[in-house]
Design a protein around this ligand. Structure first.
Ligand SMILES: C[S@@+](CC[C@H](N)C(=O)[O-])C[C@H]1O[C@@H](n2cnc3c(N)ncnc32)[C@H](O)[C@@H]1O
Length: 307
């Protein structure tokens, strides 16, 4: 066993060293991208055409960008192999095709990607929300809403609710707003702000939801976001999140060098994996949370603010 671990550590430090060499990292990025685009084609997602279509629209950050916002250092690192991280048009135009592609293998494996993997992932989260949150939420805040996939989905399952999407990337919010206008989706409010200090009114939401936000954050902002969520949620209301499940056998048994490759595109993964989310929620004031595995590698966490 010790021998096997040594081999993994060696492989993983080799991967790290190789990724430190810029031209090789760029080549690896290009190859990974090409593979993703090919996989997208297999599930009927025309990545290139989708991006070209979005690119051809008129884009501006006017009206959505909060000019007074200072981006924290943890946010301006490269993410998902984009040098500008979340702060550019290219990731904003590509993120939906990328999500559909990445999630296409969750249930069926890399060799057999399925078009409905992303929808299945979202449905499995929503089933838990509907099952465990008995009172229909009227006011919902979706933090880390990106281009709005999670926000539109929440609006669909709670059509009577007023839904707000909040994100730190004005590029993503512009794409979300564009889609809302194009599809004439009911009034959703889009807010460019830090989830850890939203400036929103206290006790004003029945549900604060975070879909795939926390694996992108170091522990400090995560704890601040839990405190801010507690402040925003009405007594008796709920906090819910869906994200990678560090306890799943997929991550626990993942060879170290593959995990290293994954971490090269997700700079704060170690901090997410080692945070005890349940005790952090309790420390922020919430009741004991429910933690439910909702895919082979994801979990739903739901916690109520005491009445
Ligand atoms: C993986 S994406 C979320 C995906 C999205 N909810 C969906 O369903 O497709 C994570 C998002 O969190 C946002 N984010 C990261 N840190 C944030 C922060 N401190 N405050 C607000 N948004 C943040 C990023 O800009 C990014 O859009």
């Amino acid at each position: 066993m010790k021998n096997k671990n040594n081999q993994f550590n060696l492989a993983s430090s080799l991967v790290n060293k190789v990724l430190d060499i810029k031209p090789i990292a760029n080549l690896a990025r290009q190859r990974a991208r090409d593979m993703m685009i090919k996989r997208a084609g297999k599930i009927g997602v025309n990545w290139i055409a989708n991006v070209e279509h979005l690119k051809s629209q008129n884009w501006s950050l006017d009206g959505i960008q909060n000019q007074d916002l200072n981006y924290p250092a943890y946010y301006t690192l490269p993410f998902h192999a984009y040098p500008e991280g979340n702060l550019d048009w290219e990731p904003a135009w590509e993120v939906e095709s990328a999500a559909l592609t990445v999630h296409s293998t969750i249930w069926s494996g890399n060799k057999n990607p399925q078009a409905d993997g992303d929808a299945q992932l979202r449905d499995s989260y929503h089933e838990n929300l509907v099952k465990y949150i008995k009172d229909q939420p009227h006011n919902i805040l979706d933090i880390g809403c990106s281009v709005g996939m999670s926000t539109f989905a929440l609006q669909k399952i709670y059509p009577q609710a007023q839904v707000t999407g909040l994100d730190l990337s004005p590029y993503y919010l512009s794409v979300a707003q564009h889609r809302a206008q194009k599809e004439q989706i009911k009034e959703i409010q889009w807010i460019h702000a830090l989830a850890e200090s939203t400036g929103l009114e206290e006790s004003s939401y029945d549900l604060v939801s975070a879909f795939l936000l926390f694996h992108e954050l170091p522990q400090r902002p995560t704890l601040e976001i839990l405190q801010e969520s507690y402040r925003l949620i009405k007594p008796g209301g709920y906090f819910a999140m869906m994200d990678m499940n560090p306890q799943s056998s997929i991550y626990r048994e993942m060879p170290a060098y593959i995990l290293t490759l994954l971490k090269s595109t997700e700079p704060h993964l170690d901090e997410y994996f080692t945070l005890d989310f349940a005790s952090s929620l309790i420390k922020a004031g919430f009741a004991e949370p429910l933690i439910i595995a909702n895919s082979p590698r994801h979990r739903t966490v739901i916690a109520q603010k005491p009445k």
